[in-house]
Write a protein that binds this ligand. Structure first.
Ligand SMILES: *Cc1c(COP(=O)(O)O)cnc(C)c1O
Length: 229
């Protein structure tokens, strides 16, 4: 096995162990291999090892990779900061946009998706209220934004995403993951819909196991799969 395949196997085992600790089905956690800045050859290696979900941060880089990589079942996730003028590169081409943090951006996704005759799935990125969290909507504004996006015909909000501060000790991330899940649960109550916002995208290479213990349904793992950037 190549390094990428080895790393994937190790990460998947860690996912299964974390899920088992909290009596979750490991299949309820989707592993997103974050391939930003990494060459297509490494993505191909991951695909050969069975990986189909990939995350990218830069719209133009993703646009280029879309033309270079293809495989049945391949699913691209856009996880980076998104400017409205870049939405045109993504609408209709990615499986999920994780980083919607305002109505203006959501409206542009709606418009571009209508043009492609698709409904784009998105997550609302929540600012966890710390000095490192520069993007994302404030927790107190999240319900309002979810409601506004739900009124758009070509955008569907399927969950929440968070990017907590980088910490050495993964236990320090736990309170942020708990907060995101609790926020989702409060929004479910407010909406009167116990099945709303099923997806929680949280957890990176250094803290994905803790995120899974706290309910992550998507973990975004780059370095542990592809090496440092
Ligand atoms: C780069 C990035 C990741 C992956 O981080 P690693 O520490 O390499 O696993 C996950 N999410 C976002 C939003 C990122 O920008």
């Amino acid at each position: 096995m190549g390094a990428v395949a080895d790393n994937l196997a190790r990460v998947k085992e860690a996912i299964a162990e974390a899920a088992a600790r909290v009596d979750r089905d490991p299949d309820s956690v989707r592993l997103i291999a974050v391939s930003k800045t990494k060459p297509v050859a490494l993505i191909e290696e991951a695909i050969a090892a069975g990986q189909l979900d990939f995350g990218e941060n830069y719209a133009q880089e993703l646009r280029d990779k879309l033309t270079l990589v293809s495989a049945p079942g391949l699913c691209w996730h856009f996880i980076g900061g998104l400017q409205t003028n870049k939405v045109k590169y993504l609408a209709g081409k990615v499986g999920l946009i994780h980083s919607v943090d305002g109505l203006k951006l959501a409206r542009e996704i709606d418009k571009r998706s209508a043009g492609q005759d698709v409904v784009s799935k998105v997550l609302v990125e929540v600012n966890m209220g710390n000095e490192y969290s520069k993007s994302g909507v404030a927790q107190a504004q999240t319900l309002a934004l979810v409601k506004e996006i739900e009124a758009l015909a070509h955008v569907e909000v399927v969950g929440l995403m968070a990017m907590p501060p980088f910490v050495d000790d993964p236990e320090e991330s736990r309170p942020y993951f708990q907060q995101l899940r609790q926020l989702r649960d409060r929004i479910r109550n407010e909406l009167g819909d116990a099945a709303a916002l099923p997806e929680l995208s949280m957890g990176l290479s250094n803290d994905f196991e803790v995120a899974i213990e706290e309910g992550a349904t998507m973990v975004r793992v780059g370095t542990a799969i592809f090496g440092s950037r």
